[in-house]
Design a binder for this molecule. Structure first.
Ligand code: HEM
Length: 510
């Protein structure tokens, strides 16, 4: 019979056992992060790779997990993503420091998944850090000023009118039953492409799902449960290696499609007629700088690659989140007829008062705004937000070393019965006085200098879309509309698990 010493020498056995003991000791040391700071934490396990496996196995569990953990550990606690500590913070005072007062210590969302988005999208606002982010953000911010938004109103109205035409046809020929996910997705894509790039991408035309929608959907179907994602979580240094090969977490055909699209849009700008347009694309092209200028310390302007990458991210960020926000609002209004009637009344009064759907009129619609805010709370489009510490800092006695990743349980905070009465109910009245709502506990668009750059654009688009919709139609549920609360999926964004069919019924004399 073979003995262990027949297989390997004594020295090799000693070496192997020492390596295992040392490795175990190393892991143990890494997992002291929270204990040594007296921060409560979810106990990590070796085969659970800290707490990573439970997340990879069931990413959608994030909706209940964040709430359960808060009940178990309080608003500040830790989990381990394999060896890396992730500090979950749902405490308003600490968040205020992180997002606003100490922004210079927390300027970025993360240090992972920044270089594996494809070479163009690696330069987008979502993925850039430090001076590059500052330069691009300050270049893009003026695009979303009040005067620019006002100028884009007409375009948004035209896109909304196209949606109403197709809903009218559905109402005339199909009894009004429509796929709300598809309809609002197509509208939001049309709006962002038309308003920001003066491009007609035909996203609202035809019965078949247009190619642009198919490709945009691919960007949001990424699952955290893939083997490569797991490897990237376990070995973060792999990202540097993979980025050398321009490997991307996004499907290659989707990247090629969108970079081709934006390159074509840039090419079209060479015509003098389009150069007159004041849109996002022209604004970026007007301040185009070379790679050389950037190396020499330019603090304004964007390179061609950055223009392509940021055009892509605006299209994608503008499409999914806003489309979903409209879908959830439509669902909430269809299932709350009394609320819907009040919005319709407000629309009529606003049109009368302002002589039409004007920029000021739309912005002053208090009740519609309350419904949007409440819908964004109930079906939060971005479930978690994040920041990473750029240097050591202590906040309210909480010691946060450089490199610590902080996650904000946005969805959890929006559904916590400590802050909201009947949190799973749609109650717009609770949003009546926004001064009474803590902006750190309710942050659907993030907070501080790195909040959502498209927030005001999105809100205007939603308001215009619903003014048009509810002016002409009543929204209703169909036999197969899922009942509330909707089941959600946590992918690149928060999505409804099931198809959501709703019904439009034309309003008399409208
Ligand atoms: C209802 C719609 C939307 C929601 C709920 C939403 C939500 C968010 C959130 C939570 C963030 C992270 C903010 C933070 O870290 O504090 C974000 C960032 C961002 N959003 Fe939105 N967003 C929406 C619409 C849009 C639109 C329409 C655009 C483009 C026109 C857009 C472009 C971006 C960009 C580029 C960033 C990165 C900003 C930066 O890092 O500087 N979003 N969004």
């Amino acid at each position: 019979m073979l003995t262990p010493l027949d297989v390997l020498s004594v020295e090799t056995w000693i070496l192997m056992i020492s390596a295992i003991v040392l490795f175990r000791f190393y892991i143990h040391k890494k997992w002291q992060f929270f204990k040594s700071r007296s921060i409560p934490y979810e106990p990590p396990t070796l085969l659970g790779l800290g707490s990573l496996v439970s997340f990879i196995k069931n990413p959608d569990g994030i909706f209940t997990r964040d709430l359960e953990f808060k009940k178990k550990y309080g608003p500040i606690f830790g989990i381990y993503s394999w060896l890396s500590p992730v500090l979950i913070i749902g405490d308003s005072e600490v968040l205020k420091q992180i997002f606003i007062k100490e922004f210079s210590t927390f300027p970025d969302r993360q240090n992972q998944f920044l270089k594996v988005n494809g070479k163009e999208m690696n330069t987008s606002l979502l993925s850039t850090t430090g001076d590059q982010w500052k330069r691009i953000r300050s270049t893009l911010t003026p695009t979303f000023s009040s005067s620019k938004l006002k100028a884009m109103m007409g375009i948004i109205e035209q896109c909304s009118d196209k949606t109403m035409e197709s809903l009218k046809m559905i109402s005339d020929t199909k009894g009004g039953r429509f796929d709300a996910k598809e309809t609002f997705g197509r509208l939001s894509l049309d709006v962002i492409c038309s308003a920001a790039f003066s491009a007609n991408v035909h996203s609202q035309e035809g019965q078949e799902t247009p190619k642009i929608i198919q490709m945009a959907k691919k960007a949001f179907s990424i699952s955290f449960a893939s083997p490569v994602m797991l490897l990237l979580f376990i070995f973060p240094w792999l990202e540097t290696v993979l980025s050398k090969f321009d490997w991307s977490v996004f499907p290659r055909d989707m990247l090629t499609y969108f970079s081709g699209l934006t390159e074509t849009l840039i090419e079209k700008r060479k015509s003098s007629e389009l150069k007159q347009r004041v849109d996002l694309m022209q604004l970026m092209l007007n301040v185009k700088v070379s790679e050389e200028d950037v190396k020499n310390g330019a603090t304004k302007g964007m390179t061609l690659n950055e223009i392509i990458g940021n055009s892509m991210i605006m299209i994608l960020a503008g499409y999914e989140t806003t489309g979903n926000a409209m879908l959830f609002l439509a669902y909430n209004l269809a299932t709350h007829k009394d609320v819907q009637e009040k919005v319709q009344q407000e629309i009529e009064e606003t049109i009368k008062e302002y002589g039409g759907l004007t920029y000021n009129g739309i912005n002053n619609m208090k009740y519609l705004t309350m419904c949007i805010n409440e819908s964004l709370r109930l079906y939060t489009p971005v479930a978690r937000n994040a920041r990473i510490a750029d240097k050591d800092i202590t906040i309210n006695g909480l010691n946060i070393p450089k490199g610590t990743l902080i996650h904000v349980p946005v969805y959890g905070m929006c559904h916590d019965d400590e802050y909201w009465d009947e949190p799973f109910e749609f109650k717009p009245e609770r949003m009546e006085d926004m001064n009474k709502i803590d902006p750190m506990l309710y942050m659907p668009f993030g907070a501080g200098p790195r909040n959502c750059i498209g927030m005001r654009f999105a809100l205007m688009e939603i308001k215009m879309g619903f003014c048009k919709l509810l002016q002409k139609f009543d929204l209703d549920v169909c036999e197969d509309t899922p009942s509330a609360p909707l089941k959600m999926l946590f992918r690149n964004s928060v999505q409804a698990k099931d198809d959501i069919f709703l019904k439009v019924v034309p309003r008399c004399n409208k």
